[in-house]
Design a protein around this ligand. Structure first.
Ligand code: HEC
Ligand code: HEC
Ligand code: HEC
Length: 307
């Protein structure tokens, strides 16, 4: 289980290493990333390296087009040249998707750092050895990386960051693990994965890495999040993806009076009006732990308010 997070890293649009300040130096006027950004500018003007457009701005960090190109460079290696074959819309999709990945990752890394999450060296070694053994040995692995124009040190750093995030989340998700640092307060638990899985065999959405409805989904599915990045102007307003709203509404399904459609990646529509819940939604404890629904005990009207 622990290994799953680091599994599909190589050669995919992986996840960004948190860019340290010094990384900007990598985009000197002769650097491959700079030249590529220049070449792509006629297709997507926002990529002009002379302009440095900010795509994500948060209180603690921002992500610029330049950083996205650097990120693609370190994660795609030689395959970065394939970007040149894309049309404007495809390129925009790749840039957008990468910016979202980078932002998610930075948020998690910041949270993990604040909680002073550590990765023991032996854990890092074990994860690296696991990657090597899957590839058929360390040498084969390193050769594959360099053949593809990928950097071993960056790869290791990314694995380390994966582990930091994983360790941070497992403290958050598994309350049995003693939290020694006073500041690392786990999110209170409202529902449990085990309860969801009395009906769902294995709740994994958005690909197999995202399990666990006890806390992980809620990191992104928070009250501020909605589907606006994927919704066309004419279909606005956006729908919230706050976990409470999302999960209540999905299971109301055919009982909902209005259309309930979320817009996902590449504008794919997911409609939930057909869902037939095999039970009684008023049995709140089917999903909730302890008395977490007590705010509105056993009252279907209130759950409708929450949706
Ligand atoms: C009593 C059974 C039951 C319980 C408990 C339950 N679900 Fe469901 N859930 C369903 C059914 C039935 C569907 C509709 C499946 C379908 O239409 O493919 C569904 C659909 C979903 C979907 C949409 C799936 C998709 O593929 O788009 C999500 C997400 C979901 N449930 C999450 C949860 C979470 C999170 C919990 C726990 C907090 C939970 N469910 C608890 C029965 C249940
Ligand atoms: C890293 C962020 C992230 C995590 C973690 C995450 N989601 Fe999502 N999810 C999103 C975003 C963003 C959307 C809206 C746009 C989209 O669909 O891509 C979304 C949309 C959805 C939707 C609406 C249908 C769809 O596919 O668009 C469902 C259902 C869903 N998520 C369920 C879950 C469940 C259940 C979990 C935990 C097992 C989870 N998500 C974990 C980011 C995340
Ligand atoms: C199908 C699963 C499911 C059922 C059944 C369900 N809920 Fe929920 N509920 C959720 C999820 C998921 C959340 C969000 C959990 C989170 O944020 O960690 C939630 C959150 C809530 C919250 C917000 C809790 C908080 O502290 O933020 C309230 C209140 C609530 N539900 C009320 C109810 C009531 C009342 C019922 C029964 C009438 C009910 N729910 C039945 C899945 C369910």
């Amino acid at each position: 289980m622990k290994k799953t997070l680091v599994l599909c890293f190589v050669l995919l649009i992986g996840l960004c290493g948190c860019s340290k300040k010094g990384d900007d130096a990598g985009l000197g006027k002769d650097s491959p990333a700079f030249l590529l950004a220049q070449e792509l500018t006629p297709v997507l003007p926002a990529l002009d390296p002379a302009k440095t457009v900010s795509l994500v701005v948060s209180r603690n960090f921002k992500i610029t087009t330049v950083e996205v190109i650097q990120f693609l460079q370190t994660s795609l290696g030689n395959r970065i040249q394939e970007l040149k074959a894309l049309d404007a819309q495809q390129l925009k999709d790749v840039v957008e998707r990468s910016a979202v990945q980078m932002a998610e990752r930075k948020l998690l890394i910041n949270a993990a750092n604040d909680a002073k999450t550590v990765v023991p060296p032996e854990e890092l070694d074990a994860a690296l050895n696991y990657q090597y053994s899957r590839a058929g040995g360390q040498e084969v692995f390193q050769k594959a990386l360099s053949d593809n124009g990928l950097n071993l040190e960056k790869f290791k750093e990314n694995i380390r960051i994966d582990l930091v995030i994983q360790n941070y989340l497992s403290v958050l998700l598994d309350r049995e693990i003693a939290v020694t640092d006073e500041e690392a307060v786990p999110r209170r638990q409202i529902v449990s994965d085990a309860k969801c899985e009395t009906c769902h065999e294995n709740l994994a959405l958005h690909g197999s890495n995202r399990h666990n409805a006890s806390g992980y989904c809620q990191i992104c599915h928070n009250p501020l999040a909605d589907d606006s990045p994927y919704r066309e102007e004419e279909d606005m307003p956006a729908r919230t993806i706050d976990f409470k709203m999302l999960i209540h509404r999905i299971h109301m399904g055919e009982e909902l009076e209005n259309d309930y459609t979320q817009i996902g990646y590449r504008g794919t529509a997911h409609n939930f009006n057909h869902v037939v819940y095999p039970g009684d939604l008023r049995n709140c404890a089917k999903c909730h732990v302890d008395d977490s629904w007590m705010e509105a005990k056993g009252n279907l009207e209130t759950i409708t308010h929450c949706v």
